[in-house]
Design a protein around this ligand. Structure first.
Ligand code: NAD
Length: 320
């Protein structure tokens, strides 16, 4: 990766990835793009930034050509809960944007990364220790676009030789940018409310286990996979990866160790609970370890300590 273009760079993942890649590959070598423009104070404007709608493949191609981009990281998408409110629009953005980005990668011979998700699994998928290669019959529009996207990335590699790579991210937890409407967002919101109010009302029910990962580990995983020796990759796209699996009671208990008296209550949202019920409890990520040395540094305990420390500073909270 020498000259990188990121789509959806203002999102929860993109905002942190842009900064991390600029630190690694040089500020001028990472072009952030999004359909929105960041505030003037945003770190995203510390380097090159362009307005780009991923449905505009022509402009995408022009930027890639002009800037001699050799790597496209395609993040722009509608997430699970948002997508369910407007399925046709979600299909258009998630598939239309991906096809455009893959076409530009093919035309200009760039490396290509795009994330899939644990949302690519469904009710007939084995829920425990979910294998890398298994039944995928998701029942959300988000899942449908993610499975189709996984297959399309494989196709562009097989058919056109595009160097496509990707992972299935679990729920991502970070303190820099709020999440964009996924089913696992509760595991971010809970830290904010714990510090601001000393309590949290969860829309996901107790006993609902989902895979999660702290943002620094997600950023490392992208760099690790993109730098991996291609001759070792048996799979290319949609590697299962995860750092931890917990339910709301477990994260609440961990937060309670830092904020005595923290109270958890439940007001279950049927839509997001329904989505979560059809996702794995915990996935098997041995293929990622074997093929490109995937590893993580954070578990629930160390992530919670770090999240609370960083959020106290961000929110200026000194009394909890
Ligand atoms: P997000 O919702 O926070 O950000 C998405 C960004 O895409 C936003 O900044 C939005 O403005 C932009 N965007 C929307 N429509 C666009 C368009 N037409 N053109 C250009 N930009 C557009 O999402 P995120 O959490 O950063 O997710 C990034 C990727 O990672 C997505 O593909 C998502 O499916 C995947 N993923 C995320 C998670 C997670 O927990 N955050 C988990 C699994 C997979």
């Amino acid at each position: 990766m020498k000259k990188i273009l990121i789509t959806g760079a203002m999102g929860q993942l993109g905002s942190e990835l842009t900064t991390a890649l600029r630190a690694q590959y040089g500020t001028d070598n990472v072009i952030g793009t999004d359909i929105r423009r960041p505030d003037e104070s945003s770190p995203l404007l510390a380097g090159p930034f362009e307005i780009l709608d991923v449905l505009d493949g022509k402009t995408m191609g022009e930027i890639v050509k002009k800037e001699k981009v050799d790597t496209i990281i395609h993040l722009a998408a509608l997430l699970s809960a948002t997508a369910e409110r407007n399925p046709k629009f979600a299909w258009d953005i998630n598939m239309g944007g991906l096809v455009n980005a893959l076409e530009v990668a093919r035309e200009f011979n760039t490396q290509f990364f795009t994330p899939s998700s644990i949302g690519a699994f469904g009710p007939s998928t084995p829920k425990k220790n979910t294998p890398q290669d298994t039944i995928q019959r998701p029942t959300t529009i988000y899942g449908v676009t993610k499975v189709a996207g996984e297959l399309l990335c494989d196709y562009y590699f097989e058919k056109f030789g595009v160097d496509t790579r990707g992972v299935r991210f679990p729920g991502l937890i970070g303190y820099v940018t709020p999440p964009g409407g996924g089913t696992t967002d509760y595991a971010v919101d809970i830290y904010y409310d714990a510090l601001k109010k000393g309590s949290y009302e969860s829309y996901i029910d107790k006993g609902t286990f989902m895979d999660m990962m702290y943002m620094p580990d997600a950023l490392d995983a992208i760099i690790q996979l993109m730098e991996a020796d291609p001759s070792k990759l048996i799979h290319r796209n949609a590697f299962n990866i995860s750092a931890m699996s917990f339910d709301p009671e477990m994260i609440a208990a961990e937060i309670g160790k830092h904020i005595p008296g923290f109270k958890m209550s439940y007001n279950v949202d049927p839509v997001r609970q329904g989505i979560a019920n059809n996702w794995p409890d915990n996935i098997d990520y041995s293929a990622a370890i074997a093929e490109w040395g995937f590893k993580t540094n954070y578990n629930l305990e160390t992530m919670t300590a770090d999240m609370l420390e960083k959020l106290r500073i961000k929110l200026g909270i000194t009394d909890r």
